[in-house]
Design a protein around this ligand. Sequence first.
Ligand code: NAP
Ligand code: 3JM
Length: 346
Amino acid sequence: MSRKYNIAVVGATGAVGEEIFRVLEEYNFPVGDILPLASARSAGGEIECCGKKYKVEELTEDVFEGRDIDIAFFSAGGSVSAKYAPYAVEAGAVVIDNTSHFRMDPDVPLVVPEVNPQDIAGWREKGIIANPNCSTIQLVLALKPLYDLYGDIKRVDVATYQAVSGAGKSGMEELVMQMKDFFAFKLDESEHKAFPHQIALNVIPQVDKPMPNGYTREEMKMTNETKKIMGSNIPVSATCVRVPVLRSHSEAVTITFPEDVVVDVEKVRLALNDFPDVEVIDNLEKGLYPMPVTATDSDTTYVGRIRKDLFNDNILHMWVVADQLRVGAATNAVRIAQKWIELEDV
Ligand code: NAP
Ligand code: 3JM
């Protein structure tokens, strides 16, 4: 009989955690036992995965002891991973961490399996593999085939249009509540906690905290993580914007190739379509391009509006959309687990 893997999910009741259970089931992941973990607030509740019900337990320092967990997915925020991931590793699990906490640690691989599966081998250093930020994952999935096509990328400029579910369940609740308040003529009394301003009927050019250099923390994640995943010092300058969309992030991306490159849009389309889990939807005449409603619930990163710059032959513009709870979090994490099993023969 083939081997099965005991799985813990920390943040089991959250937007990402719930999606992890769906993906494990859809991918027929060889699941043995499941240990769903959350805070004391949700302990005692139930989750369902692969046709079975499991009781949610409270995350504690010793909850992993004697449970024979093989893989522990963490998506409960950076401070939770910082404190509890070492206990999961100590108890013998490999941790696949969805938070930003370990991403830039040189002893922790940062992996998008279609782009840098070879880095998984570094998991033995700390027992942890980091899942990149959602906006970074869809960006590098679209950059990698073009980097390979033209041999180098000189610079990337990107503006994101990020869905409210990027801030978890409370982000979605806040948008829905404010929309209800708008139709009840009381939007001006509506509260905002998940975002720094009203998000209904608005866009907010700030995702995560301000940094001293004038960028936000989310923008710097895209810059630093892209460099680590691509293994190449590509300058990335990002502007991250929160928009009143429930799910799936969009990105307007401008790529500058070396001076001698003459961008060929047809070749770009072929390279993107040939890359695993990337698909081109690009017919402006017919109104065909990816949008959040196209990408939601899908495991594909979609690219459209592909065009050569008006003024420079070596510059390309494109529009990249993906479901950030799946491609940007749960699906990438489960794909890491699949690759870890395949490559490390564990
Ligand atoms: P969420 O919907 O707010 O869910 C948070 C989860 O963490 C809940 O299960 C919550 O359990 C649990 N939790 C919170 N504090 C805890 C604690 N002290 N101990 C144990 N469990 C605790 O957020 P989310 O969207 O799923 O995101 C979770 C994390 O994943 C983020 O903080 C981020 O680092 C990462 N991430 C998110 C996205 C995204 O697009 N949303 C993408 C990539 C990565 P309770 O039910 O008990 O509160
Ligand atoms: C996406 O630590 C926290 O409070 C979570 C903040 C957060 C992150 C993060 O920094 O891990 C919210 C939403 C992310 C992420 O994927 O980088």
